[in-house]
Design a protein. Structure first.
Length: 431
């Protein structure tokens, strides 16, 4: 099976799909498809709101065309699906985008075509959910008339060092020939090399446990943070001391959001429960991490009350709403949980973020962003995201943003010197 002269269609042009389409589009014909017409117009104009791809990189992808018209996909023989796989309010997998993308491809699937999935799913999802849709809508037979593969994304939003081509890629196919062809396809753009998994299920499982492992490691330090707060021990100092040992893992406590670490464990637990196993450690770690925003808010409120601040009439400023630093991605941001907890106590919350899109925040969460230069005086301050802009602000300057004589500074990313913060009049809280 030779894929050298085949046209690629990348379906979904977000943080995952766009870098992939651009990299392939440098040397071979690629159709970049997204249902969002505004997104297509933006990319055709040389702009990427995710900040993952520069104007120059877009220009270099000379064989890449963008479209929101399904008919343009018919010319492709390789379909790479990179749509989001979120969870619903009950923390269950929401496969709607994946199902719709599969249905769309199924209607135009041809003899000999290959469909590759990159979206994070639970083990077995590709062959149990997606393949039947492709078969039913195309009238073709799986592994006879068309083939499938799974190559999980490993994009780290905002990371300009560990980019697509520098991260080793897991590949897999539905039979030996497709597996080999798909591995060669990705090896043509991935400088770090590939790892060919023995099956699609293995590749799916490998992806979902990567972030589950990180989630559990963060859950451990979060639990230690809760314990050390009661023991009046500084968690960061403990971790720095323990970190002098060569094999101590450098995880830090904090709120765990985003589209991967805060979501993937729920996909794994969903599948586990389907086969009659109720995971204990994975579920426990996820519950603990999901509760850290409430824990932080309540500690801030406790300190405000201790400092004589009338909580019911107070105003708290929150710096940062994206799920991680130096990145505009607001998906599954746990800062939103922080805001909700403050509002339950009757506290007025003012939010600012130099990266987040104000309209997107309004539409997604119903929250209003305020420009930093217009940031009103507040009683206490929460630095929720470690943006480089915030790291460059001194605690002395932060103090000028507050009207209370005894303000609380919640430095949730531990980006400020605690002694400096206290010297400048703050009561400090950090995980």
């Amino acid at each position: 099976m030779n894929l050298d002269d085949k046209v690629i269609a990348v379906i979904g042009l977000g943080y995952v799909g766009l870098p992939l389409a651009v990299e392939f589009g440098k040397n071979r014909k690629v159709v970049g498809f997204d249902i969002n017409k505004k997104r297509i117009e933006e990319l055709e104009g040389g702009q990427d709101f995710t900040l993952e791809i520069s104007q120059e990189e877009l220009k270099n992808a000379k064989k890449l065309e963008f479209s929101s018209n399904v008919n343009f996909l018919a010319s492709a023989q390789i379909f790479i699906i990179t749509v989001p796989t979120p969870i619903d309010e009950a923390k269950r997998p929401n496969l709607t985008p994946l199902i719709k993308a599969s249905e769309m491809v199924g209607k135009i699937l041809k003899q000999g075509d290959i469909v590759i999935y990159e979206s994070t799913v639970y083990p077995g999802c590709t062959e149990e959910v997606c393949v039947p849709l492709l078969e039913n809508l195309s009238g073709l037979k799986f592994n006879k008339d068309f083939f499938c593969g799974y190559s999980p994304e490993r994009i780290n939003p905002g990371d300009k060092i560990n980019t697509l081509t520098k991260i080793k890629k897991i590949t897999s196919g539905s039979n030996p020939s497709s597996s080999e062809a798909i591995d060669i396809l990705y090896a043509s753009i991935i400088k770090a090399g590939t790892h060919k998994a023995s099956s699609i299920k293995v590749a799916e499982a490998a992806k979902v446990i990567e972030n589950t492992q990180r989630d559990l490691n963060i859950a451990l330090v979060n639990e230690l943070s809760v314990l050390f707060e009661r023991l009046d021990i500084d968690t960061i100092e403990v971790l720095e001391a323990a970190g002098t040992k060569w094999n101590f893992l450098p995880f830090r406590p904090g709120m765990v959001g985003g589209h991967c670490i805060g979501v993937d464990p729920y996909y794994l637990t969903h599948k586990a429960e389907k086969v009659g196993y109720h995971p204990q450690i994975i579920a426990s770690g996820r519950r603990l991490n999901d509760n850290m925003a409430r824990y932080a808010a309540r500690n801030v409120i406790k300190l405000m009350i201790r400092n004589g601040i009338d909580v019911s009439k107070s105003k708290v400023g929150i710096m940062g709403i994206t799920f991680k630093e130096d990145c505009p991605d607001i998906r599954n941001s746990k800062v939103v949980d922080l805001v909700k907890e403050f509002e339950v106590w009757g506290i007025e919350v003012v939010i600012t973020d130099p990266y987040a899109n104000a309209l997107e925040v309004k539409n997604e969460y119903g929250l209003k962003l305020t420009e930093r230069v217009d940031f009103p005086l507040v009683d206490s301050l929460v630095v929720a995201v470690g943006h480089k802009e915030y790291r460059n602000i001194s605690t002395k300057l932060l103090k000028k943003m507050l009207k209370s004589k005894n303000p609380v500074l919640a430095d949730l990313k531990a980006i400020y010197d605690k002694n400096e913060a206290k010297k400048n009049g703050f009561t400090l809280f950090r995980f």
